[in-house]
Design a protein around this ligand. Structure first.
Ligand code: FCB
Length: 442
């Protein structure tokens, strides 16, 4: 089975970047060589991870990175998106950990030697635990610690990086981690979620200042995730419910970057739940970015609710991935078009898109036609947005390989490469081959 795009698609031009993505905690393992992060602590808390697993070994990427770079090369991609583990590169006293830094330097050098562009995310959720012990993202000073970490690591990596993203998905860190507590650090209060989001956005702006000064020639920006919100009916109450949910879940994290304020739904929050915003914060947050990274997986459907204003509706009969996420590619096109109409966006990179499927390794093969279908329909959706004038410059599949899927542990497989966690053997799935063939057809 193949993945194809119309022969005239701009996505088939050599200027369009195709890549694969991973994140440090999800693949690296070698936890003993770094400081503990909030995810180590969360994993050690009974009941938090579905299979009771942790990131101590994961894909053993710190040990197997050389073969992983060859794997990436064999897929023929233009770029590889990875994240730096803050607790691996900065010691508790704030100084650089040279062993950790050297790991990334070797990795980046090897990617560059193979002509693969490194897209580096500075924060993909693994906050050092000692910083959490001091309040984590609820403490404003964490934003300044992030700025200091960014400054040191950017200086250390020199000219090896093609693109920097400050943060991956502030929504997940703030909402899942501090508002409803299903991700690390597992705190649960509306006020916490909103304050954490504000401090992360502030840290993003402070990070952009560093990047502009120390790394003006890389493509610098942020990665946001979006789950577009649809009304369950044409009823005005449902339409309003979906709009409110969209403001709370999606617009909250993008509007400050361009409009220097939070969406109107902030007025529905009690004054205790509103974040503390200091004078000048929005000017820092709205620092010009060179690109916007967009992660898309699914949509959500809402109906009006008397107490909570909006309530999500489970689309019982809709097609879903192994995560239970509805497969609805039209939302991807709608999202890209509507964001481009709402904000003065820089070029967009799709920094994550993909699907968990119930893969089976049979006779050394994974015939994941369901995942190929997902990629086909979602690449078409991106192409449709481009046809409507949206400026999309690249696309990264999530993920290079199966890995630690946060609260789901190792139960959900997102890779285009299968990982046997006992032998650490990697096997390119049918989807990986189809992705490789699409890329090489250009
Ligand atoms: C995103 C995360 C990524 C991965 C995918 C499935 O929210 O950025 O690390 O877990 O979901």
């Amino acid at each position: 089975m193949k993945i194809t795009l119309p022969a005239t698609s701009p996505m088939l031009s050599k200027d369009f970047t195709f890549g694969v993505a991973t994140a440090s905690f999800q693949i690296e393992g070698s936890a003993h060589n770094r400081l503990p992060s909030i995810w180590d602590t969360f994993c050690a808390t009974p009941g938090k991870i579905s299979d009771g697993s942790d990131g101590k070994q994961a894909c053993e990427h710190v040990k197997l990175w050389q073969q992983d770079v060859e794997l990436i090369e064999s897929l023929g991609v233009d770029a590889y998106r990875l994240s730096i583990s803050w607790p691996r590169v900065i010691k508790q006293d704030g100084s650089l950990n040279s062993e950790g830094v050297n790991f990334y330097i070797q990795l980046l050098d090897s990617l560059l030697a193979k002509g693969i562009k490194p897209y580096v995310t500075l924060y993909h959720w693994d906050l050092p635990q000692h910083i959490e012990d001091n309040g984590g993202w609820l403490n404003r000073s964490t934003a300044y610690l992030f700025q200091d970490y960014a400054s040191k690591i950017v200086a250390a990596l020199g000219d090896r990086v093609h693109s920097y993203a400050t943060f991956n998905e502030p929504f997940c860190s703030a909402f899942l981690g501090y508002e409803i507590g299903i991700h690390a650090p597992g705190k649960a209060k509306v006020a916490y979620g909103r304050q954490a989001a504000h401090h992360i956005l502030l840290a993003h702006g402070l990070g952009m200042q560093v990047l502009q000064k120390q790394s003006p020639h890389t493509l610098n920006g942020i990665v946001l995730n979006f789950t577009p919100c649809y009304p369950h009916s044409y009823n005005i109450a449902d339409i309003n419910a979906a709009k409110k949910a969209d403001e709370y879940m999606n617009q909250w994290y993008i509007k400050p970057l361009f409009d220097k304020c939070y969406p109107d739904i902030i007025n529905d929050l009690s004054s205790d739940d509103r974040p503390v915003v200091e004078a000048g914060d929005f000017d820092i947050i709205a620092h010009k970015i060179d690109f916007l990274g967009i992660n898309f997986y699914t949509r959500a459907v809402y109906q009006a609710h008397t107490e909570t204003i909006y309530a999500q509706v489970d689309m019982v009969n809709a097609p879903k991935t192994d995560m239970g996420w509805e497969i609805y590619p039209q939302a991807f096109t709608d999202l890209l078009v509507s964001l481009s109409q709402t904000y003065p966006l820089p070029p967009i990179y799709i920094t994550e898109n993909g699907a968990a499927m119930p893969d089976k390794l049979i006779d050394g093969q994974v015939n994941d036609v369901d995942r190929i279908d997902y990629y086909q329909s979602h690449l078409n959706a991106v192409n449709n947005a481009i046809t409507q004038g949206v400026n999309v410059a690249g696309y990264f599949a999530w993920s290079l390989m199966d890995n630690f899927e946060w609260a789901e542990g190792y139960l959900k497989r997102f890779g285009i490469v299968y990982v046997d966690y006992h032998t650490q053997q990697r096997t390119i799935k049918a989807s990986g081959k189809a992705y490789r063939d699409l890329i090489s057809s250009r």
